[in-house]
Design a protein around this ligand. Sequence first.
Ligand code: FAD
Length: 384
Amino acid sequence: MADGYELTEEHLSFREVVREICADKIAPRAAEIDATGEFPWDVARTLADNGLLGLHIAEEYGGSGADTLTFCILVEEVARVCASSSVIPLVQKLGSMPLLMAASHEQKQRWFPAIASGGDLISYCISEPDAGSDAAGMRTTAVRDGDAWLLNGTKSWISMASASSAFAVLAKTDPDAGARGVSAFYVRHDDPGFSVGRAEHKLGIRGSPTCQVHFDDCRIPGDRLLGEEGRGFTYAMQAFDHTRLVVGAQAVGIAQGAIDAATGYVRQRRQFGKPVGAFQGVQFMLADMVTETVAARQLVYLAAAKADRGDDDLTLYSSMAKLKAGDVAMRVTVDAVQLHGGYGYTTEYPVERYMRDAKITQIYEGTQEIQRLVIGRQLLGRLS
Ligand SMILES: Cc1cc2nc3c(=O)[nH]c(=O)nc-3n(C[C@H](O)[C@H](O)[C@H](O)COP(=O)(O)OP(=O)(O)OC[C@H]3O[C@@H](n4cnc5c(N)ncnc54)[C@H](O)[C@@H]3O)c2cc1C
């Protein structure tokens, strides 16, 4: 297959299994997870017990070595019922990516089995209070100190930080060298000088803790450097190539969940003596919602296949998948609220949660504006 993707029997049966787990264990908890804002350890355990937190890790390191499309199906199905819970596998992969790309065989043997089993959740730390879209402007530093590294600085917006025991951290080893001065490290929650700050109060994905993490003369052993010194920013950007499309899968799942809710509602809600779904204006809205969602899903699955084939246009397709799916999720969830009328504006129905959750897919792992910049640059190269 030169291009495109193939949804195999294995993918379809995997989807069925995940759907059952979601219906049984995650969907019934979704509203409560959102309302309390507490990290759902029960969901993390369910995912771990079913081997779903190590899909992206090779069998030799304790994972199941599944392809990217399988991973997207997992995130999509979980997001369809609970976006907060879908952040767990999504970030598990994001945090693993610098290790997948740069860690030595010996480092992988040491760290991956615990990640694959879900014993360790791993967060990804690149953003800082003053370095978001311009991540290369980070100020966190890592300085050699004998056999060790000393890390200093603050990372912001770190998903799952209070639940994770491992952290992939980007820090400047040469503050004057811009992006070329960034290196990647593996840090543990009990390393001296490491601490997690308060959790943010958020609009959506409220059951996914987002916190600052602090490095105050945080001392880590010398063998925690991942790959080559000075190559960290390259690893970080390559990681996004593999995970932006997964945010796309999350967005598709959220959109599909909102469509499920809206189609159910318009069948039973009656006005003017008939179900509101009988009105053409309502059917037109639903037609656009489902068409856009299916289109976004195709782009996400295509990008997933490109990730597995190692296609050289992955950067382009991964950004397009996130851009399209995130914008679709936002529009579709707003329309799902609209189709519920006043009831959609209350927590009695799930669509307001879907609408709030959808917004993050337009912000994290690079905002939609940054995706457009990436896409433009892929098309035109760097013009000056
Ligand atoms: C809930 C949540 C979870 C997150 N999880 C993580 C995580 O696990 N790990 C991690 O490292 N980070 C994480 N982030 C950080 C996230 O990736 C950043 O918030 C995002 O990259 C944007 O950075 P910023 O917030 O500093 O916005 P800014 O970069 O300050 O952007 C502000 C606005 O300016 C626009 N803008 C900026 N530059 C340009 C430009 N060149 N052209 C056009 N428009 C531009 C942006 O699109 C945006 O609209 C998370 C964020 C949130 C909210």
